[in-house]
Design a protein around this ligand. Sequence first.
Ligand SMILES: Nc1ncnc2c1ncn2[C@@H]1O[C@H](COP(=O)(O)OP(=O)(O)OP(=O)(O)O)[C@@H](O)[C@H]1O
Length: 272
Amino acid sequence: MSTADPAPVVLEQVSVSIGGRPILRDVDLSVGTGDTVTLLGPNGSGKSTLVRAVTGLLPHTRGTVRLFGTPIQDFTDWQRIGFVPQRSTATGGVPATVREVVASGRVGRRKLLRPTSRADRRAVESALEVVGLADRSSYGVSQLSGGQQQRVLIARALAGEPELLVLDEPTAGVDLPHQQALADALGRLKAQGATILLVAHEIGPMMRLIDRSVVMRDGLVAYDGPPLTQEVAAHTHHAHDHDDHHDHGVPGGHDHAPHVSSPLDFERGHHR
Ligand SMILES: Nc1ncnc2c1ncn2[C@@H]1O[C@H](COP(=O)(O)OP(=O)(O)OP(=O)(O)O)[C@@H](O)[C@H]1O
């Protein structure tokens, strides 16, 4: 891909309010073609809100969000973007098989009313292999464990072969061998020129892919720079608050289980 391509993600002075409460405040962020950027930060700092604004799930109140150079309100090429939502926000209670959910990741790529192509089937098979669920493809998603359901969501996004992949804590509840498999799959996507924006508490084996880290705090970008070391990134809950936003320490940080609902929960009536 040429460097003249517009950056896949550009946020300029973006603010998001929910119920009148400011959640993101004047966020500037640019993710260039082929970059892998990890979003870090303590619980409630606005990471999920940011990725929901980037994926069009949440409207921004001020500023500009551009995807591949197009203001998000005019953007229609959604098949270029893959999204892995936070765990348990999109699979609970869905009466669908693993293969159906993964194949739904191809929908944006298919021509209207055309049967699935060989490329569709190959992409679905390969995504199922990557997450280690090929032998469970006919299982109902609700029969699977939480970690396996998370792997289904990852496979769905990979099946779409996106140019921009946004993942919100994809490895929460996923065991180490499957984290490694995901890192390998993301590495292959990256080698093909894909751009990756990753919210993560546990970077684990994905550390080697990271080009840049952005740390959120209280709805602001508190750090944007070289990747944080694996040790620092993996122990955010031990880090002390840093007021110097240009060092490599993580400002603040409490690791936790995600607890904030996503709009998908509301669609499915899963209020938490
Ligand atoms: N749907 C919502 N309704 C009300 N408040 C919300 C909603 N979504 C997020 N918030 C609030 O916005 C703030 C930022 O939440 P967000 O989920 O973006 O943080 P986060 O950094 O992703 O944290 P986590 O790691 O817990 O997911 C929190 O104070 C949260 O309570």
